[in-house]
Design a protein around this ligand. Structure first.
Ligand SMILES: [Zn+2]
Length: 329
């Protein structure tokens, strides 16, 4: 698709509102239809199930020791228990949630935790506990059970491997590997079929975020639960995301070198921040343009969020990696 054909930010006037148009969502980025209550629940493998509202995802295992829930997004909310009830009834097993794993401390993924009983065993990283104690949000009771680097649990006969590979999207985000279900649960890194939202999925540590895809692929699995949007992921989705991020990094390095700051500093004079904004925004836009063109029609919303993600990656290349940094002679 040529740049001219790429429908980036064309505007339509409707009354007083002027809203941009974006490229259509590829059908392959969408998942199964939701039921009347606004959720879909499906089997991943054996007694592992996933539930989505089309934007957020959680998962659960049914076991003889009760239901093991992975995350509790508030947008799914009470539909979590409805999904569990539906599956438990169909399979003649307990619908009582007894364990709740936290992927990380963010309210949008675990903010429905308080819907479940105090007696539920909550498990997550030690930093998740620290951050939840700090944030003191009654919707998110701090996990009592913690670990530092890795921890393997066997609950109701099912193996659950937890690992913290360092900060990425958040300081406390963990990988949850279910080796006997060929599944990796890794939240807020790869959105299968979709570009990351703002600033690389609102990521705090870009080098860790980029490394997280490689860490994910180092595990053995077939099914990927990324925490976002309407479908499960595959290894190809993670590889595609990895290529997208690599293209943004490479394009950013080139733009840092090629964009000329002079016109901005000449125009804005003493207002150094105005010059910096114009200069860095031009680098981000220049770096993002070929990536948007390449991924439009491949990753949904590439034209919506790539420039924002590129800005964040470009900052990391400058500040974490030191690219384009010159010492005054
Ligand atoms: Zn998050």
């Amino acid at each position: 698709m040529s740049t001219q054909e790429t429908p980036i930010a064309k505007t339509t006037t409707s009354g007083a509102d002027v809203l941009p148009d974006y490229a259509p969502v590829p059908p392959s980025s969408l998942g199964p239809a939701l039921n009347d209550q606004g959720y879909y629940v499906g089997r991943v493998e054996r007694n592992l199930f996933w539930v989505t509202d089309g934007t957020y995802q959680a998962a659960f295992l049914t076991t003889p020791d009760g239901v093991i829930l992975f995350d509790a997004p508030p947008t799914i909310g009470h539909n979590l228990q409805r999904a569990v009830d539906e599956i438990a009834a169909a399979n003649g097993v307990s619908n009582k949630v007894t364990y709740l794993f936290y992927s990380h401390h963010h309210a949008d993924h675990v903010g429905a935790s308080s819907l479940f009983d105090k007696s539920v065993t909550r498990i997550g990283h030690e930093e998740t506990r620290r951050l939840l104690l700090r944030d003191d949000d009654p919707a998110r009771p701090p996990n009592e059970e913690t670990f530092q680097d890795t921890r393997t649990l066997e609950i109701g006969g099912e193996r659950i491997d937890l690992a913290w590979h360092g900060p990425n999207h958040s300081p406390d985000n963990i990988a949850i590997h279910l080796p006997d279900h060929d599944t990796l649960v890794l939240i807020d890194i790869v959105n299968p079929g979709w570009a990351p939202i703002y600033l690389s999925n609102l990521t705090e540590d870009i080098p860790g975020y980029i490394e997280a895809s490689a860490n994910a692929l180092a595990y053995s699995w077939k099914h990927f639960i990324g925490g976002h949007m309407g479908r499960l992921g595959t290894r190809d989705d993670v590889t595609l995301h990895q290529q997208y991020m690599a293209d943004i990094s490479e394009s950013s390095r080139q733009a840092i070198t090629s964009v000329d700051p002079t016109p901005y500093f000449v125009k804005y004079g003493q207002n150094a921040w105005a010059a910096v904004k114009g200069y860095l925004d031009e680098i981000a836009a220049t770096a993002a343009a070929p990536v948007i063109e390449k991924y439009t029609g491949v990753l949904a919303a590439a034209d919506v969020f790539t420039e924002s993600t590129t800005f964040q990656v470009m900052q990391s290349i400058r500040l974490d990696l030191g690219h384009g940094s010159y010492v005054h002679p």
